[in-house]
Design a protein around this ligand. Structure first.
Ligand code: TNX
Length: 526
């Protein structure tokens, strides 16, 4: 028999026990890794039904002394510090720690499927991320962020707890080129905006940032041998605002920032059309020797370099030489689109010669699909935006295709009739339309083997600031990232839409001003 005091104590114990159970249930302990909303969807996820907890004393351990891997460890720590408030010391270690840390190692990933593959093994004791390259580790770090609660993305300290469901993720990309383009010519965006745009790409494991650096309305990259390009040609933008440009130092800063996120910058100088800003800066680039007026409207197809003048090629050689020396990535984009006032018999030799120049400066050419009219060099890539015939002509010359079909992948297309920003010449692109297509079956005659990947361009005739960029980019960008990363057979809209809905909380936490499409079941709890 128990006495009265004992029975009171027992009752108190039961109450405490029930309270503990209630509280921990209220924290929604994650226990199924395969139910986490990871975008892009990983190749394989298995769950073991427990969880790892990030605590104030959790360290980030990095195998070996590699500066580069230590830097990735530090990047992860910096990502997790503000919201957890934890120290997250980054330490090099000779052998695999037993417990209580996030461990990054280059000892190879489970399936070893290329440069960006990684394997993430979460047990109650350890989070172990392995890859064969630093890029793979960096992609895996994004997965770690996405399987932590959405509050991890908030800029200030939160309560926690910070639990991660246990299991194994094996992951690698379907396409090697996964990018987005930002048009900084129609409206100019400063270095900080470009960095934020780069963060968005990194979060969804994209690896290319294409900068559209010149167009009729503005020249945005300093070229020391032709200073008037930016002094005059960069002085305005659509609507007549003050424009701007990147000094070579600022451009280098952007390139380095992208590199630190395992993202390659592809700089574009659009020619022979879309060149009014250059034609306004230098009289000698015009066939009639007269400088054009600066242009702040939104028409296309009215300008052309003088393809028969030698000075034009001296100019291009100077520009490409300077740009190539600032650009560590393998590509220079030469535009080539919508040259409506360049005669075809002038356009073809022009593109041929410009390819020579780019190759002479050690780079590989990318151009919009019209360049397929010319003789493409080995390794030239045609970016398919409009014309399927051009894409097929490129493939029949042995070129690879970058897929950016305007009616599916243009971030400047409006979501629907009520969208205030953007254009709709290629149609409306609701979130499902943007997601529901397969690059490998989109154009008849072109299959996966012919395709390097996918890119989503944001043209900015109507886009004037970072909030507007965010509104057009989100929530479509994660979908393009998934098309590039996840095999088509593992993708379907119904399932994707729920995962995307969960990212609403993350967009909010990151301060992203996004379009709340009615098609998506947004969850913005907390
Ligand atoms: C077509 S796409 C263009 C751009 C415009 C865009 C607007 C391409 C290669 N050329 O010059 O900005 O449409 O959506």
């Amino acid at each position: 028999m128990i006495n009265k005091r004992q029975s009171q104590a027992l009752r108190a114990l039961i109450v405490i026990f029930v309270l503990i159970v209630l509280v921990s249930c209220g924290q929604k302990t994650p226990s199924d890794l395969s139910k986490e909303s990871i975008i892009p969807k990983p190749v394989s996820v298995t769950t073991t039904g427990e969880y790892f907890t990030l605590r104030p004393g959790t360290d980030i351990s990095v195998q070996g002394e590699s500066e580069e891997v230590l830097k990735i460890g530090q990047y992860l720590a910096d990502r997790l510090k503000p919201s957890t408030g934890f120290k997250l010391n980054v330490k090099a270690t000779a052998k695999e720690p037993k417990r209580g840390v996030i461990y990054l190692t280059l000892s190879g990933s489970g399936q070893n499927s290329g440069d960006e593959s990684y394997e993430l093994i979460v047990t109650r004791k350890l989070v172990k991320l392995s890859a064969t390259t630093p890029a793979g580790l960096f992609r895996g770090v994004q997965t770690i962020a996405q399987i932590l609660p959405a509050g991890i993305e908030l800029p200030a300290k939160q309560e926690g707890p910070w639990k991660i469901a246990t299991g194994t993720i094996n992951d690698y990309p379907n396409y090697s080129y996964r990018g987005a383009m930002l048009d900084v010519s129609r409206h100019f965006f400063g270095v900080d905006d470009v960095k934020r745009f780069t963060d968005f790409l990194a979060y969804y494991k994209m690896n290319v940032l294409h900068l559209h650096l010149s167009d009729d309305q503005g020249w945005r990259i300093e070229i020391k041998s032709w200073p008037n390009l930016t002094i005059h040609g960069g002085s305005t933008q659509v609507g007549g605002g003050k424009g701007g440009f990147y000094t070579q130092e600022q451009y280098t800063d952007i390139v380095q920032y992208a590199k630190d996120h395992y993202i390659t910058v592809v700089p574009e100088i659009d020619m022979p059309g879309h060149t009014n800003a250059a034609l306004a800066s230098s009289a000698e680039l015009n066939c009639d020797g007269k400088a054009r007026e600066l242009y702040t409207g939104t028409d296309v197809g009215f300008s052309t370099l003088c393809t028969g003048n030698e000075i034009t090629y001296k100019f291009i050689d100077d520009v490409i030489r300077e740009l190539a020396s600032l650009t560590p990535g393998p590509y220079i984009h030469i535009g080539g689109d919508e040259s409506h006032v360049t005669k075809t018999e002038d356009y073809i030799p022009f593109i041929n010669r410009v390819q020579e120049i780019v190759v002479a400066h050690g780079k590989q050419v990318i151009g919009w699909d019209e360049i397929a009219l010319a003789s493409l060099k080995p390794n030239t890539i045609a970016q398919c935006w409009a014309n399927e015939k051009n894409a097929n002509a490129a493939v029949s010359q042995g070129a690879k295709i970058l897929m950016s079909p305007a009616r599916k992948a243009y971030l400047d297309m409006q979501y629907d009739r009520s969208t205030k920003l953007g254009l709709h010449w290629a149609g409306y692109i609701e979130v499902d339309v943007g997601y529901n297509w397969d690059p490998a079956t989109f154009i008849s005659g072109i299959s996966k083997d012919n395709i390097v990947g996918i890119e989503a361009p944001l043209w900015t005739e109507t886009i004037t600031n970072i909030d507007e960029i965010e509104y057009m980019v989100f929530p479509r960008l994660p979908g393009y990232a998934e098309i590039g990363w996840t095999p088509a057979a593992s993708r379907n809209w119904e399932e994707y839409m729920t995962r995307l809905g969960k990212h609403g909380e993350r967009f909010k936490a990151m301060g992203i001003d996004y379009y709340q499409s009615k098609l998506v079941p947004w969850s913005e709890a907390k």
